[in-house]
Design a protein around this ligand. Structure first.
Ligand SMILES: NC(=O)c1ccc[n+]([C@@H]2O[C@H](COP(=O)([O-])OP(=O)(O)OC[C@H]3O[C@@H](n4cnc5c(N)ncnc54)[C@H](O)[C@@H]3O)[C@@H](O)[C@H]2O)c1
Length: 262
């Protein structure tokens, strides 16, 4: 399956791959001929997702904590050994952190920075030697529209996702200056109905599916009148992973239904 597809011959590692966006990106990549390693801190969910997607193409799964250097080393070794190399890295793992600059506790702040930003630094640093071996290569960082537009109750999330945005550009310039064909770009989605969004509305730590009223309010704030979808993100990631985006580096793709144009 996927023979001659837009990602034929591409070997991709997708972090946070058990989640809503990670699975959608994996499915889109497989359909276009890539082979995929799905990594997640939740190994059983990653394994179950890979099992389901194995009908579509070559996919593996592994346990991976993106905040941990040794875990990155293991995940990259497993990827290269299972797929034969690495030329697409999707830094997708992330968590929601709520609270204003006064409300967010130092522990929550540090955890948010660690999972949402430090992870991208650690992974990029360790992946670059592998990516150099299998050029052309592409690093795709899943930031957020919250990395560009702030909210009063999003201090830690805003700061981490803005950090991912700039780290993307610094990485792109570094790779280009080294004469490598390794591109690095970021994607900035508006709200998407995944488990992460349920954390936005969680009260007392309990995830709860959004009700129609909550969904409708968020949708109405985007000029296109709907939420972003995991397929919207997967389609942008597909473009960035493929050689079709060969002249794009250090750039950001905003998937916000016009929210930031207002
Ligand atoms: N859902 C949205 O509204 C939205 C909007 C913009 C950006 N994003 C970003 O998209 C990315 C994916 O989010 P999602 O909506 O699919 O959420 P999700 O909660 O469905 O998936 C996130 C995945 O990351 C994994 N994860 C958490 N901590 C980890 C760690 N330390 N190491 C490895 N994996 C870890 C989780 O187990 C989970 O499978 C995140 O970076 C998020 O910030 C989401």
């Amino acid at each position: 399956m996927g023979e001659g597809g837009r990602l034929s011959g591409k070997m991709a590692l997708i972090t946070g791959g058990a989640g809503g966006i990670g699975q959608a990106i994996a499915c889109a990549f497989l359909k276009q001929g890539a082979s995929v390693m799905l990594s997640d801190i939740d190994a059983s969910h990653a394994g179950a997702a890979a099992n389901r997607l194995s009908e579509v193409g070559e996919i593996h799964a592994c346990q991976h904590d993106v905040t941990d250097e040794a875990s990155w080393n293991q995940a990259l070794e497993k990827t290269v050994s299972a797929l034969g190399g690495l030329n697409v890295l999707v830094n997708n793992a992330g968590i929601w952190v709520a609270g204003s600059v006064e409300d967010v506790t130092p522990d929550a702040w540090r955890r948010g920075m660690s999972v949402n930003l430090d992870s991208v630094y650690l992974g990029t640093r360790q992946a670059l030697p592998h990516l150099r071996e299998s050029q052309p290569a592409s690093i795709i960082n899943i930031s957020s529209i919250a990395g560009i537009i702030a909210g009063p109750n999003l201090a830690a999330y805003n700061a981490a996702k803005a950090g991912v945005w700039m780290l993307t550009k610094a990485t792109a310039l570094h790779a280009a200056r080294g004469g490598n064909n390794i591109r690095c770009n970021s994607i900035h989605p508006y709200f998407i109905d995944t488990p992460l969004l349920q954390d936005v509305f969680a009260r007392g730590g309990e995830r709860k599916a959004l009700n129609d009223d909550q969904r409708g309010k968020l949708a109405s704030q985007a000029p296109l009148g709907r939420l972003c979808t995991t397929d919207d993100v997967a389609n942008a990631a597909l473009y960035l992973a493929s050689d079709e985006s060969g002249y794009m580096t250090g750039a950001e793709i905003k998937l916000d239904g016009g929210f930031s144009a207002q």
